[in-house]
Ligand binder design. Structure first.
Ligand code: NZQ
Ligand code: ZN
Length: 388
């Protein structure tokens, strides 16, 4: 296990009715003026926004609103939000929505305090030295953004979708009510499950000699996703299933599983290139790419870990490592398909003309991709081609 520092300052209020904690959270933090950020209407239609406003009023705090944040959130919304914060003297940003709304809110909070173009934080290695505090009311289980320090933003003119991370944008609190996820449509619920599972894979499939504690927790979380994933898709108002998927989502990407390891992250870096150009749902893109990545990286060096995944997560009895690994990959493919997610890029109307350019961009930006298996640009093109 490598050395690591683990610190999660996010206060989690988990469970039914926990929105009641919002007024006190804001009052304790002496918030004077809030920016409430929402997406394209789901929070208003479901009533979550009204619950939030009731708490904000109870706390006696005034607020301004930014709505209309798109899935794969755009830099233009971020600029708008940061400008609003400056103009209205906002001192706290509250995200009410899924990962896109939270990522936009984090970047708005950083942009409001950044002297320059906030996109520098994504591209020029500029350091975020301060941000307005961010809190979240989560409505979709997927990204883990409610408990981590990352944001992923799309800049439309250049068709770039890039991540940035800073401890300053880690939410100070997040409210996770499983009932708030009941209204998530089946497709986005399934995409969320695929995203959560892939966050676990990215940390689990790392160079050997890694971390037993983290790997055992990863296997347990994967089993939770496999058990409850189909239930949340078929029975959207099943509290127990929604609660388990919601908490698995936060734990999958809050730094716990990645501590002491050098995670792979190839599937994410490849998928971000796909959703940057084709605007598909992140989790659906991952469901297509992950099994093809697994097939591609399967070798004498990697078969042991892939077989351990088959045995410990899928309960496979196959003794031959290669066969067990191959079986586990097929189970992964069938599982995502059974949730109603696409199996090929063509299903998601993605074509192959720009694969070389995508591979080059991903490789150059991240300075090389893959730790479980290092991938060249040709390897990335091969994985994308196999995914067509
Ligand atoms: O826009 P609204 O109306 O809110 O609708 C959203 C959106 O259409 C809808 N939705 C959310 N909660 C709902 C709901 N509909 C009904 N009822 C509810 N309770 O679901 C759709 C998808 O929402 P979105 O926020 O885009 O989904 P998700 O949470 O999967 O976020 C995806 C974004 O996060 C990035 C992805 O790349 C993508 O841009 N990621 C962020 C990460 C992070 N910050 O750590 C890590 C991830 O790997 C990922 O890259
Ligand atoms: Zn993801």
């Amino acid at each position: 296990m490598n050395n690591f520092t683990f610190h999660i300052p996010t206060v989690i209020h988990f469970g039914k009715g926990q929105i009641k904690a919002l007024a006190d959270e804001l009052k304790t933090r002496c918030v004077k003026k809030l920016l409430i950020v929402t997406g394209r209407g789901s929070a208003k239609r479901s009533g979550v926004f009204d619950d939030v406003v009731r708490q904000v009023r109870k706390a006696g705090i005034s607020f301004v609103e930014l709505s209309g944040v798109m899935p794969n959130p755009r830099l233009t919304s971020v600029y708008e939000g940061s400008e609003l914060c400056r103009k209205e003297h906002v001192d706290f940003v509250l995200a009410v929505g899924g990962g896109s709304v939270i990522d936009a809110s984090k970047t708005i909070a950083a942009g409001a305090r950044y002297n320059g173009d906030v996109w520098d934080l994504f591209t020029k290695g500029a350091t975020c030295r301060s941000a307005l505090p961010v809190g979240t009311v989560l409505t979709l289980a997927a990204t883990g953004s409610e408990m981590n320090s990352y944001a992923v933003i799309t800049r439309e003119e250049t068709q770039e979708k890039l991540p940035f991370g800073s401890p300053f944008v880690k939410p100070v609190f997040s409210i996770l009510d499983p009932e708030y996820t009941y209204t998530v449509p089946k497709y986005h619920t399934a995409a969320g499950v695929a995203d959560i599972m892939t966050h676990i894979f990215e940390e689990y499939f790392a160079p050997p000699g890694s971390a037993g504690v983290q790997d055992s927790i990863a296997e347990a979380l994967l089993k939770v996703c496999i058990h409850y994933g189909p239930i949340v898709c078929d029975t959207p108002a099943d509290y127990k299933a929604r609660a388990n998927i919601l908490w698995a989502g936060s734990l999958a990407l809050n730094g716990l599983l990645g501590s002491g390891k050098n995670g792979d992250w190839a599937c994410h870096y490849i998928e971000h290139e796909v959703s940057a150009l084709y605007d598909i749902s992140h989790g659906a893109g991952l469901a297509i790419i992950v099994p093809n990545w697994m097939r591609y990286v399967l070798s004498k060096e990697t078969e042991e870990k892939l077989a351990a995944y088959g045995t410990n997560v899928w309960g496979m009895k196959e003794k031959k490592k290669r066969k067990c690994a191959e079986g586990a990959i097929e189970k992964t493919r069938s599982f995502f398909t059974s949730l109603g997610l696409p199996a090929t890029l063509s299903d998601a109307r993605v074509t192959g003309e720009r694969f070389k350019e995508m591979a080059k961009k991903a490789n150059e930006f991240h300075g090389g991709i893959g730790t479980f298996k290092k991938l060249s640009e040709n390897d990335i093109v091969a994985i994308l081609t196999a995914s067509l």
